[in-house]
Ligand binder design. Structure first.
Ligand SMILES: [Ca+2]
Ligand SMILES: [Ca+2]
Ligand SMILES: [Ca+2]
Ligand SMILES: [Ca+2]
Length: 448
C-alpha cells in the first residue's frame, strides 16, 4: 500500500448511523504524516452535531490560539443539522463574530474554539431570523471580492442563502436577488453539498450545489456584478443526475488540463426506496464530470476506473493529493459501509503545482485569494475551510497546468489584506508561500 501524505479523519460513528443509538464517538483515525488533514463523514440526521465537534476539536488542536469556528445550521423539531468547517471568516480583524447558544431550537450555531484548551460556545447575534432553515452545507467565499468573506449556505427544501458580509460583524441574505437561492426554474431545491470555483475560467468564482432526487444539480455561473445564472442543463450536468440523491462535491482538476472538473457523491437516504419508487435505489454510482474546455461538462464516470463504478450510498467527499504525486485523490464516506479511497492514477501526466499558503496569523491562509498564470493560462482559487458536504479538503491549492513547465506568476491576496506576487515557480512540485516573503503589490494593483 502506498503511503498517505495527508491524514484522513473519518466521523465513523455518524457514518454508521450509531449516533441516534447513543454510541460513544469512535471516530478520528488518522493516517499519513502531515498536519494537513482531510476529514469527511457520512452523517445525515443525528450525526451532524458530533461531526461539528470533531472538526472544531481537531482543527483547534492545529490552530492553537486562533479563533476556530464551525458553522452549524439546524432546524427545530427534527433536529436536522449540517456543518462545515470555517475559520476566521472575518479576516480583517480576526474576530469570531458569532455567538452560540446550544439551547436554541431553531437557530444556526457557531462552534467556537477560543483556545487550545477550551471549547467555547456563544450565542449568535448577527444572524437574526435569517437562517431558520435546514442548512446542509456552507462554503465561505468572497463572492464580490471586497475583502470580506461571505457565506453561501445550502438549505434542504428551501431558499439557499448568500450571506453578504457587511464588514461590521453583520450579514445580509442576498441569495434571491443574486440568483443563487432557487433553481433556474425558480424551484426550491433540496440542496446538500456545495463548492465555489471558476469552472469557465472567466476570472469569477461560480457555485455548484448538489440536490435531491428528481432535481438537477445547480451550477450558478457568476455573471459579474453579484449576479448568477443557473446553467446546469446547458453545461451538461443534466439528466443523468436526476434519479440520484447528490451530496459531496468539488470543482477540481482531475486530469490537470487546467479546466476544473466535478465529482459528485450520490446515494439515497431511504434504504428501501426501490420498494416503492422504481426510478431510484439506495446504492448509487458516484459521478465524475470532465470539463471539456470552456465549461461544458461530460460525464465520464464509466470510463474512470473501478472505483467510480462501485455502488454505495455515499455522503461526504473530501478532496486532496493524498499521495503527493500531483493529482487530486478523493475520500468518500459511504453510509453503513466502508469508506472509499479513490486514488487518481494518471492525472499527473499533465503538469501541476501545489501551493501551501502559510500566513503569519492565519496559519493555513484560509480565505486567501490566489491567481496563477502559466503559459498564458490564468486560474483563480480561494483557500476554503469546509465545503463539499460535511467535509474538510486538503488546504493546499492544486492547479492543473496542462503542458506548462513553469508558473510565471502567483498573485496572493492574503485574508488580512496584503497582496503579494511570487514569480517563476517551477511546475510539478509543491511550493510553500510565506506571507510577507513575496513581492509586494500596491493596493491599486491588486489581484482583482
Ligand atoms: Ca465579500
Ligand atoms: Ca466563472
Ligand atoms: Ca480537467
Ligand atoms: Ca494523488
Amino acid at each position: 500500500m502506498r503511503s498517505l501524505w495527508l491524514r484522513v479523519g473519518l466521523c465513523l460513528t455518524a457514518t454508521l448511523g450509531l449516533c441516534d443509538a447513543g454510541a460513544q464517538p469512535a471516530d478520528e483515525f488518522y493516517l499519513g504524516r502531515r498536519e494537513l488533514t482531510l476529514i469527511t463523514s457520512g452523517a445525515t440526521g443525528g450525526g451532524y452535531d458530533q461531526y461539528s465537534r470533531m472538526l472544531a476539536r481537531h482543527m483547534g488542536k492545529h490552530l492553537p490560539g486562533t479563533p476556530t469556528i464551525v458553522v452549524q445550521n439546524m432546524v427545530g423539531g427534527g433536529g436536522i443539522r449540517a456543518a462545515n468547517f470555517l475559520y476566521n471568516v472575518a479576516p480583517r480583524d480576526g474576530s469570531v463574530f458569532g455567538l452560540i447558544d446550544r439551547g436554541m431550537p431553531t437557530a444556526p450555531l457557531l462552534y467556537g474554539e477560543k483556545s487550545q484548551a477550551r471549547f467555547d460556545a456563544v450565542k449568535l447575534s448577527w444572524i437574526g431570523s435569517v437562517m431558520r432553515e435546514t442548512g446542509m452545507g456552507v462554503v465561505a467565499t468572497d463572492y464580490d471580492r471586497d475583502g470580506w468573506i461571505d457565506l453561501y449556505v445550502a438549505n434542504d427544501g428551501s431558499d439557499n442563502f448568500l450571506l453578504k458580509n457587511l464588514g461590521n460583524g453583520r450579514f445580509k441574505d442576498i441569495g434571491l436577488e443574486a440568483g443563487v437561492a432557487l433553481s433556474g426554474n425558480g424551484d426550491e431545491l433540496g440542496s446538500m453539498g456545495e463548492d465555489a470555483g471558476d469552472y469557465n475560467r472567466d476570472g469569477r468564482l461560480d457555485i455548484i450545489v448538489t440536490t435531491f432526487q428528481k432535481q438537477l444539480n445547480a451550477l450558478y455561473r457568476s455573471e459579474g456584478g453579484g449576479l448568477y445564472t443557473d446553467v446546469a442543463m446547458a453545461q451538461g450536468l443534466g439528466e443523468t443526475s436526476l434519479p440520484l440523491v447528490k451530496w459531496g462535491t468539488k470543482f477540481f482538476d482531475f486530469d490537470n488540463d487546467g479546466w476544473l472538473d466535478l465529482f459528485v457523491a450520490n446515494g439515497h437516504l431511504e434504504d428501501h426506496i426501490d420498494k416503492y419508487d422504481n426510478s431510484s435505489t439506495y446504492l448509487q454510482q458516484n459521478q465524475l464530470f470532465k470539463n471539456m474546455g470552456g465549461g461544458l461538462f461530460k460525464e465520464v464516470s464509466n470510463q474512470a476506473g473501478e472505483g467510480l463504478r462501485e455502488m454505495h450510498s455515499s455522503r461526504g467527499a473530501a478532496f486532496g493529493d493524498l499521495d503527493n504525486d500531483g493529482d487530486i485523490d478523493i475520500v468518500v464516506c459511504n453510509s453503513r459501509d466502508r469508506p472509499s479511497l479513490l486514488y487518481n492514477e494518471g492525472g499527473n501526466k499533465k503538469s501541476w503545482i501545489l501551493l501551501e499558503l502559510k500566513g503569519k496569523k492565519n496559519r493555513f491562509g484560509i480565505g486567501a485569494f490566489v491567481k496563477v498564470t502559466a503559459q498564458g493560462m490564468t486560474q483563480i482559487a480561494e483557500v476554503h475551510a469546509g465545503s463539499s458536504y460535511v467535509s474538510q479538503n486538503d488546504l493546499r491549492l492544486h492547479f492543473g497546468l496542462g503542458d506548462a513547465t513553469m508558473v510565471e506568476k502567483v498573485e496572493v491576496e492574503w485574508p488580512e489584506g496584503l497582496k503579494e506576487v511570487f514569480r517563476n515557480l517551477p511546475a510539478r512540485c509543491q511550493r510553500t508561500l510565506l506571507e510577507g516573503s513575496g513581492e509586494r503589490e500596491s493596493e491599486n494593483q491588486g489581484a482583482h
